[in-house]
Design a protein around this ligand. Sequence first.
Ligand code: NBG
Length: 830
Amino acid sequence: MAEKEQAAKSKSDNESIRTGLSENSIRLAFLDNLFYVQGRFLEVASPNDKYKALAYTIRDRLLHRWVATVRTYQQTNPRTVCYLSAEYLPGPYTGNNLINLGIEDETRKALAGLGLDLDELLAHEEEPGLGNGGLGRLAACFMDSLATLQIAAVSYGIRYEFGIFKQLIHNGEQVEATDNWLHYGNPWEVRRPNISYDVKLGGHTEQYADDTGRLRVRWVPGETFHGVAIDTPILGHNVNTVNLLRLWSAEAAEGFDFHAFNQGDYYGAVMREVRSETISKVLYPNDEPEIGKRLRLLQQHFFVTCSLQDMLRIFHSTGMPLERFHEKFSVQLNDTHPAIAVAELMRLLLDKEHMAWDAAWQVTRNTFAYTNHTLLPEALEKWPIPLFHALLPRHLEIIFEINARHLDEVRVRYPFDSGYVERLSIIDESGPRYVRMAHLACVGSFAINGVAELHSRLLKETVLRDFYDLWPQKFQNKTNGVTPRRFMMLSNPGLAKLLTESIGSDWENDLSKLRALEEYADDPTFQQRWQEIKRERKSALAATIKKLCGVEVDPASLYDVQAKRIHEYKRQHLNVLHIVTLYNRIKCNPAIEMTPRTFIFGGKAAPGYAMAKLMIRLINAVGDVVNRDPEVAGRLKVAFLPNFSVKYGHGVYPAADLSQQISTAGKEASGTGNMKFSMNGALTIGTLDGANVEIREEVGADNFFLFGLTAEEVERTLTNGYRPWDIYNGNPELKRVVDLIGSGLFSHGDHNLFRPLIDNLLGHDPYLLLADYAAYIACQDEVSVAYRDTARWTRMSILNVARMGKFSSDRTIAEYCRDIWRVKPAPVEL
Ligand code: NBG
């Protein structure tokens, strides 16, 4: 034993500056990186210099494991998961990597020895906002879990130069600013100029006979440019596996157009380069109609062709025959954004690899699996045929051929029903013709899944019903999950510490172990510590709110939080109706007793989504009046946190008492914020929608505030002729609320500002706010009562955390591995 300790110690004395994990190595490494990478010394270094020196120090330790991982994979040639996603929201890397390496304490001490504060340096990191919301963040949680479960995986996407816009709030309105996240450089990425592929577009196709006399097709593009790989290492927790996030950046094919240049057109020569680079310039904010977005289709084709060409390059290095491509790679399509991959893999196999159609189709159909993330019809992608033809003429030919063969199969199955043929066709011919990307994905995939039980069921009953009839065996459910490393250990260190002290640290890699907390649910000392931790997180958020919104909030009040994209179906305006209801109650009876509440909102509206932007204005307008009214002081506060992001999420989830998950039932595919809140001890008020259903099943009906119509009731209400106007007239409390918003009280006397919102609610109300209003208010009243009983509330909070094991993305990924990808762990030794 003594000998072993001795050996360990002498090993740490000799540790390399690049790889050592002791406090001393980290301190030396930090100074080394500051000096040799940045050309700076401590006395003159800017905060950014110091942050980067820290990032490089951690990155060195990741690269060490990365090399070991690649070596291992080269030797063992494991089956590999390729995740294709147009969006990733990884959040700041540094803190998470420290946690996964298990060297947070050492690093903190190493920096303290230099008079530096770890948290200050961490706060300096700009996060890559390469996604809109849930879908991109899910992809990031999946990367963490894939590496943690030691699965060989590559995540492919686009390195947008500008991510999701920065949200500013000016006079209560959302204003968009560009997100220049690369301005100070990104220490986490490694550029691979030698890993680059041609990307073609436009032009036409030609038939020709090859040497053997076989008829082949050649695509003569109108333009060609390049995609260059930019890699970020993704480390798992408590393991050595480092997987790859490989993002593509667009570049001109020959940095310079010499033809144009020789003609004296210097400007034109440079412009061509500029045009190529626009491909990966900026992320599209969602919720706007897709149709006609030429650049968006180009982006999809761009990252898909680079990723597939990359897989083929890797595949050829294994020496396996092409017919076995799908045995090496399992490729997941994250929504329909990468669905063009079905046609692109066919094109590469047919035109480049010269495979025969049937063999190529056999490989393709066994390679892809498709995840659907929404039932909203406006979000289902379809591209006009003329646009498709102009950009991707060869792909369109291939899609027509795939479709013709597919429809022949359909006709055999349903010989007397032409309705099936129309509905199952990849081409929408009901009006102007479109390519339906979800149909292409379904035809080209061996598995199709939704992201929560309810969502997967509704998929089979509604949007993909005919496909389910045709291929029931393809359909699966994979309920979403989130990573407990980022959303518990990193964001809520106080809670993590208490958990580990009480039940050991196994929960970090096996969240179901949290069940052991149940026995502490009624323990008064444990309850007290639980409350102290929550209180501390609430004070920290109060300071942030003060700084960002100028609003003073009381950490003793109930923090009632709704943080997610702003959308009518998510019903932030229903939340506002509740706030105004409470406001009215106080105005009618100033002496009324009320549980003091702080309403906290966060979330971006798509820049082109007028109603969502009006909802933001309404929240801020109501906040303005409520926060300034001395009569409500101490009882109600409203704060809208600008620019909600992964980074702000770290401060928000742990501080919430109540998590609002109040979407119209049937509309939210899963939700993942709901899980992050609950894992941090917030109780949920929610409808039976998305993963709420399963969260409630797990935590128990007694520990969840349920209200509202079910998905079936929503459908029935809408088909039976819904009349919101009657509900308004039949409920005096609701009527007073709506009338007050219309009165101009919240808009400096302007009766028209919120008119579109009110007219929509009274005349149409497609998301059934009024139908759910009474139930919502009654449920919120129950919440207020429950919160006053601190011991009961704390017990419910503890039980929520104890029973959240199912919602770790480790569980989700383990299921994908078992049921879809059929991959096994490939452990890495250092
Ligand atoms: C979103 C859903 C969420 C779901 C995430 C992740 C899209 C298209 N869909 O409910 O709205 O949690 O995907 O699956 O972004």
